[in-house]
Design a protein around this ligand. Structure first.
Ligand SMILES: [Zn+2]
Length: 223
């Protein structure tokens, strides 16, 4: 019973944090930049100043922005790519923060990247192994143990993602401040938007950790 209350609370918090991010992003999308630079211009400037050659391209969706080290591309969602606002600047600079992490071989990003093959494998099998493990927990407890091992890989991944995301935002804010494209209240908006984004990663990591603990308890408390 207590687990279901816990999972209910986590789902509710995830929902609130996600909604908060969307709300803040919408609000700060209406805060113009004095320099009148679009997200793609911000990215081009930040990459160039850090000596990074990468393609900047628009992608569909909202908050779908990402840096792809495989083809060295900074992919910005259309509202970020084409508009001049503090929200667009914050997101574009954050993705460039990942490009700088890649260039400088930031240790947490290296660790995160090295986990990708194991996580892809684990994510594919973990629902089935856990389901079978729970159903057959009395007859074949090793199966649940295997599921827990696979799930732990995905939990580790979401924990390692945290410092990577926070560091990218830290680099973004430092660059925005240093370049002088936003000051005072406008800079605070950028900080607030990136903080809201970081909360979603914190909640995801906590949810994953709570789920892992739940499966461990199911395993240790079996008869
Ligand atoms: Zn990021």
């Amino acid at each position: 019973m207590i687990y279901w209350i816990l999972f209910g609370a986590i789902s509710l918090i995830s929902y609130i944090v996600q909604r908060n991010l969307t709300k803040k992003f919408d609000r700060y999308s209406n805060v113009p930049l004095a320099a009148n630079l679009r997200g793609c211009d911000i990215a081009a400037r930040m990459l160039q100043q850090n000596g990074i050659q990468a393609t900047i391209r628009p992608v569909d969706g909202t908050l779908t922005d990402f840096f792809n080290p495989a083809d060295m591309s900074v992919n910005l969602s259309t509202p970020v790519f084409a508009s001049s606002s503090i929200a667009a600047a914050a997101v574009a600079a954050h993705e460039c923060g990942h490009a700088i992490q890649h260039k400088t071989r930031y240790s947490m990003l290296v660790l995160r990247t090295s986990l990708v093959p194991a996580v892809s494998f684990a994510s594919k099998w973990v629902p089935w192994v856990l389901l079978a493990g729970i159903l057959l927990v009395e007859a074949m407890p090793q199966l649940l143990l295997l599921g827990i091992g696979l799930f732990a890989i995905t939990t580790l991944f979401s924990l390692v993602t945290l410092p990577v995301e926070i560091d990218a935002s830290r680099r973004a804010i430092a660059w925005i401040e240093h370049s002088g494209i936003a000051q005072g209240g406008t800079l605070e908006c950028a900080k607030d938007a990136l903080r809201a984004a970081a909360y979603t990663y914190v909640v995801a990591a906590l949810a994953s950790l709570a789920t892992l603990i739940y499966y461990i308890l199911v395993y240790t408390r079996r008869n």
